[in-house]
Design a protein around this ligand. Structure first.
Ligand SMILES: Cc1cc2nc3c(=O)[nH]c(=O)nc-3n(C[C@H](O)[C@H](O)[C@H](O)COP(=O)(O)O)c2cc1C
Length: 190
């Protein structure tokens, strides 16, 4: 179901960024064309080269890195995508998206795209429970953004609770199921 799909994988700066490598690889193995977009903070955890090698596609980290004078990169790639998945999504990226902030390549592309956006949060349990984050997730859901809930268990920060990035296999299965659902509804009118 993901064969030939054009997917942007947005990676923000959380410890679970290492799991995004497996996700990028699995999506590529499903036949999708995957372009990874990293925040500056995400590059502290994993290198762009890792994603480039796994996806065999350029990795975007800088909104001012304009390689082709004919196109504006963030608009071009925002229009290219069939879907965007942000994994891991930090508290910061959720807050920025809900507030309409566009101050780097990923957030600018997120505002410019018409593609469906899936958000897989990962953070400390207290951050996840914070009323500001709850409110912003609620707002984003109302606007039609899809959330892939984090799992509960031992967190890298030492706390136990909800906030673990969902496993890459599960994320891929959720995206496939959603594609299946959309395909079965295509052309139907109610
Ligand atoms: C070791 C370490 C681990 C972190 N893990 C997370 C995390 O899992 N989730 C989160 O929301 N922020 C985490 N942060 C904080 C973010 O990196 C920080 O809020 C940053 O500004 C996020 O920027 P970005 O959303 O632009 O990537 C972590 C920071 C450090 C130093």
């Amino acid at each position: 179901m993901l064969q030939d799909k054009k997917i942007i994988l947005g990676v923000s700066g959380g410890i679970a960024a290492y799991k995004a490598c497996a996700l990028a690889s699995k999506l590529t193995q499903e036949g999708a064309s995957v372009k990874v977009m990293m925040t500056k903070e995400a590059t502290h955890f994993v290198t762009p080269l890792t994603f480039q090698a796994l996806t065999r596609q350029p990795v975007y980290t800088d909104v001012f890195d304009e390689k082709d004078p004919v196109k504006i990169a963030h608009i071009d790639v925002a229009d290219w995508a069939d879907m965007i998945i942000i994994a891991p999504a930090t508290a910061n990226i959720i807050a920025k998206l809900a507030s309409g902030i566009a101050d780097d390549m990923l957030t600018t592309t997120l505002l410019a795209t018409k593609a469906p956006i899936y958000i897989a949060p990962a953070m400390n349990v207290n951050m996840y429970d914070h009323p500001a984050i709850k409110k912003q997730m609620c707002q984003l859901e109302k606007w039609g953004y899809h959330f892939i809930e984090p799992g509960a268990g031992y967190l890298a920060c030492g706390w136990i609770g909800k906030g673990r990035l969902e496993e890459p296999e599960t994320i891929v299965n959720i995206l496939k199921a959603q594609q299946e659902k959309e395909k079965s509804l295509a052309g139907k009118r109610y």
